[in-house]
Design a protein around this ligand. Sequence first.
Ligand SMILES: O=C(NCc1ccc(CNCc2ncc[nH]2)cc1)c1csc2nc[nH]c(=O)c12
Length: 246
Amino acid sequence: MHIAVVTLFPGMFEAVTGYGVTGRAATQGGLVVTTVDPRDFTGDRHRTVDDRPYGGGPGMLMKIDPLRQALGAAREQAGAPARVVYLSPQGRRLDHGRVKALAAEPSLVLLAGRYEGVDERLLESEVDEELSIGDYVLSGGELPAMVVIDAVARLLPGTLGHADSAAEDSFAAGLLDYPQYTRPEIFEGRRVPELLLSGDHERVRRWRLKQALGRTRERRPDLLAGRDLGPEEEQLLAEYCREHGI
Ligand SMILES: O=C(NCc1ccc(CNCc2ncc[nH]2)cc1)c1csc2nc[nH]c(=O)c12
């Protein structure tokens, strides 16, 4: 997949293209991430990319024309047909469903805003959807764009070593992770649950499922609301709740 990002800070994207599984996906070709800087499409000596908002008020907006030209260049880089996503506090919340939908697109153009945002008319004419990564205020759309790139990259074939780990990933299954342990067996007087050392894989599977269900109930009951529990899951959750007094 080709993801072209329109951003005033192209250097920030080294964080996804240069490291970890996204970096490997970028070098192995499963994922191509390119950037387009609107400043390269300005016509004045100061390479101005911002302007004052009509109606007054604090802050500046991104100028339309450099963005429009940068979006055109990004579409060319990504290859048609590219879905254009504007990262914005006014967008729909990003969740696993949206990530899966974006990972199925042939290519993406991500518009990362700065300042107070973008002229509404440019959004109407160029943008397919707006996405937020949560209800907190950031300084721009670049980190949200990198969150999208990372989450999408993990779903692309060949990005993760054993592809099933993406499917097994707890959020994919709609549950929080169970507790995880590795050496040493005793850490500051705390032992690893015996059953994990037993080699009894069926018992380990059930324990992990029970922990995932119980912890989800305790910490993120909203995730359980949208999930039909099977008979085994109902029983394991009931056991967990009994044992934990919830
Ligand atoms: O571009 C982003 N943030 C920069 C930013 C933060 C606050 C404001 C609002 N400025 C006042 C105002 N109100 C009404 C009009 N203008 C504008 C831009 C961003 C992209 S996705 C995302 N997801 C979670 N959080 C985020 O901040 C983001």
